[in-house]
Design a protein around this ligand. Structure first.
Ligand SMILES: Cc1cc2nc3c(=O)[nH]c(=O)nc-3n(C[C@H](O)[C@H](O)[C@H](O)COP(=O)(O)OP(=O)(O)OC[C@H]3O[C@@H](n4cnc5c(N)ncnc54)[C@H](O)[C@@H]3O)c2cc1C
Ligand SMILES: NC(=O)c1ccc[n+]([C@@H]2O[C@H](COP(=O)([O-])OP(=O)(O)OC[C@H]3O[C@@H](n4cnc5c(N)ncnc54)[C@H](OP(=O)(O)O)[C@@H]3O)[C@@H](O)[C@H]2O)c1
Length: 448
């Protein structure tokens, strides 16, 4: 009987577990996560106002509730109090690392470290109630914000800055973040791309939503759009980019409105410096860029300064190395061949990767399903070799004997109950617990 550990309970971990139980009638799968809560970025990344996407948690739940799958939360693999990579290899026939991309990329420009300049990753983690997130005082004294990057995460954080109480209260956002966001005095949010509108990474559905936010105008400068050769002749563009340009064209033609909040989209501006005042960020200095004819841009030597008391860089997530696993610092991924981990360029049966740590930090939830399937195909092809090894005993018992006390499924269900109770007390629906102490205290009630 094949015993597999899946490290990470985000989409790639859950799809890996699902693919394993679907294809091997005898396999037993433990899904370990460093958090006591499952679902990875579906719980801690997908925007709280996107309830439909959040509801995908229901599909992932069904996987973790399978009889042959066991959730072991609160187990940090490679951490001081958790099993290391070598120990997991002893306890299981195979280990699949689905640990995602936990950190963010930097701009590498002066002033980036000023208070008031944060990564979208930090901001998202805060409003999503990640227990490691801190309230950095994101909105302190902020009246205007600049979001650097034009991907879907940039759209998410821009939208969250423009949402009002009526739209945020029904979400499961933690109470402190709700209070802060609904008291926000930010009246202008600029989302800025270093290349042209036809090269923006956001998808049309997400872009279009910005144009329908209550109490918010959206604006785009027609002259900036026209700098993109594809704007005047979009015939060579793939359909999704053509649709984006259509949305932007519609906005460019709108009369300026007088709503309390305004979202602006800017293009062909590359950030070169964050300027401070009184020890906090006060403005962003951009260089105007121009298309280079090869899909990139060149600097023009002309500069523009935009006032902002809040700057969120949303320029991509980044994988972090896990002690004992090889790591490619260039891509922030674990070197692999169709999911098999490569050590010194050689695939070793028994160690695998799936999801963002395998491919890099791009792709929607569904992209992780075929990615996990490919990895599971490699693992099951190796199974005859892997099964030659006798395993000591139930891995969870072994972990307990070593002082590691996982939060099992009942513990997670107790957290869910506590979040529903908190919501009821606050006159809201479900409200997430945002700190380790509350999460672990709630999980412990499962045993009482
Ligand atoms: C802000 C944001 C919003 C998004 N919104 C959408 C959306 O609306 N729709 C959509 O389709 N896609 C969305 N995506 C993309 C989607 O979330 C990803 O494709 C997906 O989550 C990647 O899955 P993953 O399993 O590789 O990583 P993750 O979801 O990050 O899961 C990794 C898991 O591994 C655990 N882990 C990490 N290290 C360890 C360790 N050492 N030991 C134990 N456990 C560990 C983590 O706690 C986490 O639970 C969004 C992404 C971001 C960043
Ligand atoms: N609703 C949804 O479906 C949803 C929501 C959120 C996230 N996601 C998915 O999650 C994945 C990650 O999204 P993401 O937004 O983090 O990444 P992304 O799509 O890769 O976008 C990153 C953005 O940052 C810009 N950028 C990178 N380096 C920069 C620099 N030094 N200076 C200025 N700009 C820079 C990029 O511009 P260049 O193109 O010029 O490099 C790009 O606009 C994506 O696949 C996304 O679709 C989906």
């Amino acid at each position: 009987m094949l015993r597999v550990a899946v490290v990470g309970s985000g989409p790639s971990g859950c799809y890996t577990a699902q693919s394993l139980v679907q294809q091997d009638p005898d396999v037993l799968v433990d899904v370990l996560d460093r958090l006591p809560c499952p679902y990875g970025l579906v719980r801690y990344g997908v925007a709280p106002d996107h309830e439909k996407i959040k509801s995908l948690q229901g599909n992932l739940r069904a996987v973790l509730e399978d009889d042959r799958v066991r959730f072991l939360g609160g187990v940090l693999v490679g951490g001081p109090a958790g099993p290391d990579v070598a120990r997991l290899r002893e306890l299981y026939h195979a280990v699949v690392y689905c640990v995602g991309a936990a950190t963010d990329r930097h701009l590498g420009i002066p002033g980036e470290g000023l208070p008031g300049s944060w990564s979208a990753t930090e901001f998202v983690a805060w409003y999503s109630a990640h227990p490691d997130a801190a309230d950095a005082g994101f909105l302190r004294d902020a009246r205007s914000a600049v979001v650097i990057g034009v991907g879907n995460v940039a759209v998410d954080v821009t939208r969250m800055l423009a949402r009002g109480a009526a739209e945020l209260s029904p979400t499961d956002m933690p109470q402190d973040a709700l209070t802060t966001l609904t008291a926000s005095r930010v009246s202008e949010v600029l989302m800025v791309g270093r290349r042209g509108p036809s090269q923006a990474r956001f998808t049309t559905k997400e872009l279009r939503e910005l144009g329908g936010l209550p109490g918010t105008d959206v604006g785009v400068d027609p002259a900036e759009l026209a700098m993109d050769p594809a704007y005047t002749d979009p015939s060579g563009l793939p359909a999704p980019q053509r649709r984006n340009l259509e949305v932007l064209r519609g906005w460019a033609a709108r009369e300026p409105g007088n709503a309390a909040r305004r979202i602006g989209l800017r293009f062909f501006l590359r950030p070169v410096e964050l300027l401070g005042d009184g020890g906090r960020v006060a403005a962003v200095r951009f260089e105007r860029t121009a298309p280079d004819g090869r899909g990139g841009v060149t600097g023009t030597g002309r500069f523009e300064t935009v006032e902002a008391q809040l700057v969120l860089r949303s320029v991509g997530y980044r994988g972090v190395p896990l002690a004992g696993l090889p790591f490619d610092p260039a891509g922030g991924t674990v070197p692999n061949e169709r999911g098999r981990v490569l050590r010194d360029g050689v695939a070793r049966p028994g160690e695998y990767v799936a999801g963002w740590i395998k491919r890099g930090p791009t792709g929607v939830i569904g992209t992780n399903r075929p990615c996990a399937k490919e990895t599971v195909a490699a693992l099951l092809a190796d199974a005859p070799t892997l099964l030659r090894r006798e395993l000591p005993r139930d891995p969870a018992q072994a972990l307990r004997a070593e002082g590691i006390e996982p939060v099992e499924w009942a513990g997670w269900q107790a957290i869910e109950r506590a979040e529903a109770e908190l919501g009821a007390r606050l006159g809201r629906h479900v409200v997430k617990l945002a700190d380790w102490r509350s999460l672990l205290a709630a999980a412990r009630t499962a045993g009482s």
